[in-house]
Design a binder for this molecule. Sequence first.
Ligand code: B12
Length: 166
Amino acid sequence: MGDLFESGRLFLPALIYSSMAMEKATAIINAVIPSEQETISGKVLIGTVEGDVHDIGNTIVVALFKANGFDVLDIGRDVSVSRFIEEAEKFGADIIGSSTLLTTTMAVQKELEEELKKSGLRDKYKTVIGGAPVTQRWADRIGADAYAQDASDGVRKVKELLLDKG
Ligand code: B12
């Protein structure tokens, strides 16, 4: 749908309706997908950073993480750095995943790393970042523990991080 919208073959209301349909469909699918037999347990918190309302990718990531047996808390979109940290503390997260689709809000992922360090919580969590403009280079630059290019890469990376965390 994104490609159709980009090439001018789809109008905005249809794009928004399709993302709503996607959200409802993933909820139904999540409820019936059995968790895989061999799972690594872990609590994963995921949200889209402040200033960014794109959440289709996030929704897909959340669905696949759930299907892989992780305990996932989806904190939605347009989430401030302080809320990321508050929710991670309340949830007892092992992993903090942040998403951004806008180049202008990539800096919020950096702020999250900085704020975790400032509050002495950096070693308590592993961080994973994603979103179309994000790269491994960006992850290295801001000090995130991992970068994932799509949902299944995310599952792989998070499993590695959890094994590493012990
Ligand atoms: C759908 C869409 C919208 C919808 C969003 C609906 C919704 N509920 O999400 C609407 C219409 C609301 C929208 C609004 C805007 N949009 Co828009 N949008 C898109 C579009 C067409 C598709 C994005 C998408 O959903 N892709 C599909 C998903 C599945 O891919 P994904 O998000 O990358 O996620 C995958 C991976 O990246 C990864 N991943 C992502 N996050 C994470 C997180 C973790 C932890 C992990 C592990 C993995 C992971 O896994 C996902 C699944 O494989 C793109 C263009 C495009 N074709 O990409 C523009 C695009 C992202 N939008 C853009 C812009 C500019 C805007 C607006 C600012 C427009 C405006 N002027 O108002 C506003 C944003 C306002 C705001 N403050 O956020 C630009 C961004 C440009 C830039 N470089 O910054 C794009 C690239 C369009 C363009 N070419 O200009 N948009």
